[in-house]
Design a protein around this ligand. Structure first.
Ligand code: APR
Length: 228
């Protein structure tokens, strides 16, 4: 069975009402990244960081998967599918995709501020100061902050090496190491790019699909499922 590897970014969740990063003039929902998404921010003002991710978590819980998330979940009818996402929302999972690798973590889980791989589900939208892990340290959102390691990157790169078909959806490829994953896809493999503003890539066998995700992804999935 051919292996389809999908790399998604904020653009696939844009039509679910979750803002992308680069279209919002450098602010993330009105906050400077360095005030809410770095280890220094956490050391300086953990309450603000906690509040920021509580607000993001509330929006994620209120958002619904869109046609693009649901279409990708259908690919398993014919292919072995792995979704590698830069997104911290859980919309792929809620649309029915089972094999999802979260490069930058997932906001619906918390993590110990002592041991990054000690994570817990969060019920509801709020993580409070005073909520601690089993080691007694303050719980934080299970997301990768700027300047932190991306523990899943090696696993993601080895998945890309095995791709038989590669699909890139809704990412500006502005942030590494995620942006470098396309270079692990074998050169003979077709790489579909779905984005209203196709990012510049130097790879070959590129098929550009300049559409919004909710249009382009179902279109491509129907094509891939129709191949006999
Ligand atoms: N459908 C498809 N693509 C879209 C849509 C849409 N409806 N709307 C916007 N896009 C595209 C934009 O054209 C852009 O190429 O989605 C991409 C969003 O790019 P970014 O905002 O840079 O988001 P992303 O690539 O996911 O950022 C990567 O940067 O800030 C960090 O950790 C954060 O995971 C994030 C990483």
């Amino acid at each position: 069975m051919k292996r389809v590897v999908v790399l998604t970014g904020a653009g696939i969740s844009a039509e679910s009402g979750l803002k992308t990063f680069r279209d919002s003039d450098g602010l993330w929902e009105g906050y400077n990244i360095e005030d809410v998404a770095t280890p220094e921010a956490w050391a300086r003002n953990p309450e603000l960081v906690q509040q920021f991710y509580n607000e993001r978590r509330k929006s994620v819980l209120e958002a619904q998967p869109n046609a693009a998330h649901y279409a990708l979940a259908k690919l398993v009818q014919k292919y072995e599918v792995t979704i590698i996402t830069q997104n911290i929302d859980d919309l792929h999972e809620r649309a029915g995709s089972a094999n999802v690798v979260h490069l930058h973590g997932v906001i619906t889980r918390s993590q110990s501020s002592l041991k990054a791989n000690l994570t817990y589900p969060i019920d509801g939208w709020e993580l409070k100061m005073g909520d601690t892990c089993e080691l007694g340290s303050q719980l934080r959102a299970h997301v990768v902050w700027f300047g932190e390691a991306v523990p899943m990157i090696e696993k993601a790169a080895s998945i890309c090496l095995e791709a038989g078909i590669f699909i890139l959806v809704g990412t500006s490829l502005a942030v590494y190491p995620a942006a470098g994953l396309i270079n692990y896809v074998p050169s003979g493999v077709t790489k579909y790019i779905i984005d209203p503003n196709i990012p510049t890539v130097s790879n070959n066998r590129i098929v550009e699909m300049p559409y919004k995700a909710s249009i382009g992804v179902p279109m491509l999935v129907d094509e891939l499922l129709a191949i006999s």
